[in-house]
Design a protein. Structure first.
Length: 270
């Protein structure tokens, strides 16, 4: 039997990159998917964000594999809109078992507006909180436990990220995600809801592989400090998905409160 047969997964930032990879993998393993993404640019982010066509492509890829999906455009900063998107999925599928709070930005740039700090905190930290809170009442009421996976970063347990507003906010927000994970893991254990975080180093997605980020790394000489121990420059989205799928599955049924690095040994170098 497939690992996620009969289960429902709620995934933010699902239009492309890691989020799309997570959605496809869990669908292949039998899960029904509630997929959410902002599908719009943000002025403090100097790379192109996802589009409605990207989210439609995720839906198409899930359906090609025989999966079922409810996809909605919503901003994780908007708790009401996010709740509505989640509720639409639950109305279709009847519940939720897995939550993957994946939506995030990395607005590293040598030319950043003043709102870069607040946008990053609002999306990367408050957006994760909003995601979990949207799903919790349904998960608790169902009484069947579940798994919540929060996507953090090597910047969530190391003082990396450089001196800019975007870099500082990214590091602060990802540290905050780990704090949320640890608190939720304790608070939800009595409901058999497991909560863990995944901490990747740089992943080959549009959030990292873009011109603005490259110029930022070069300008502040951050390349060596952000390198992995293993001989790999960028991880692939599937590498993160492998860890997420394991944490979300019954194979990890007694794993909770864990900050799991998937980083080619980058954190071990610090």
């Amino acid at each position: 039997m497939s690992k996620f047969a009969g289960k429902v997964a709620f995934i933010t930032g699902a239009a492309r990159g890691q989020g799309r990879s997570h959605a496809i993998r869990l669908a292949e393993e039998g899960a029904r998917i509630i997929a959410v993404d902002i599908c719009a640019d943000i002025d403090s982010v100097h790379y192109s964000m996802s589009t409605p066509d990207d989210l439609a492509e995720t839906a198409s890829e899930v359906e090609k594999r025989g999966g079922k999906i409810v996809s909605r455009i919503a901003d994780v900063r908007d708790a009401d809109a996010l709740q509505k998107a989640f509720d639409d999925g639950v109305a279709e599928f009847g519940g939720v078992d897995v939550v993957i709070a994946n939506a995030g930005i990395s607005p590293m740039s040598v030319d950043e507006p003043a709102n870069t700090w607040q946008d990053t905190i609002d999306i990367n930290l408050t957006g994760v909180f909003n995601t979990v809170e949207a799903a919790l009442p349904t998960m608790i009421e169902a009484g069947r436990g579940g798994s919540i996976v929060l996507i953090s970063s090597t910047a969530g347990n190391n003082g990396v990220g450089g001196p800019t507003r975007g870099g500082l906010a990214y590091t602060a927000s990802k540290h905050g995600v780990m704090g949320l994970m640890r608190s939720y893991a304790n608070n939800l254990a009595s409901h058999s809801i497991r909560v863990n975080s995944v901490h990747p180093s740089a992943v080959n997605t549009p959030m990292v592989a873009n011109e603005a980020t490259g110029k930022w790394i070069e300008a502040f000489g951050l390349g060596d400090g952000m390198s992995n121990a293993l001989p790999v420059d960028l991880l692939e989205a599937v590498d993160i998905t492998n860890a997420v799928a394991w944490l979300a599955s019954d194979e990890a049924r007694y794993v909770t409160g864990v900050a799991l690095p998937v980083d080619g040994g980058a954190s071990n170098k610090k």
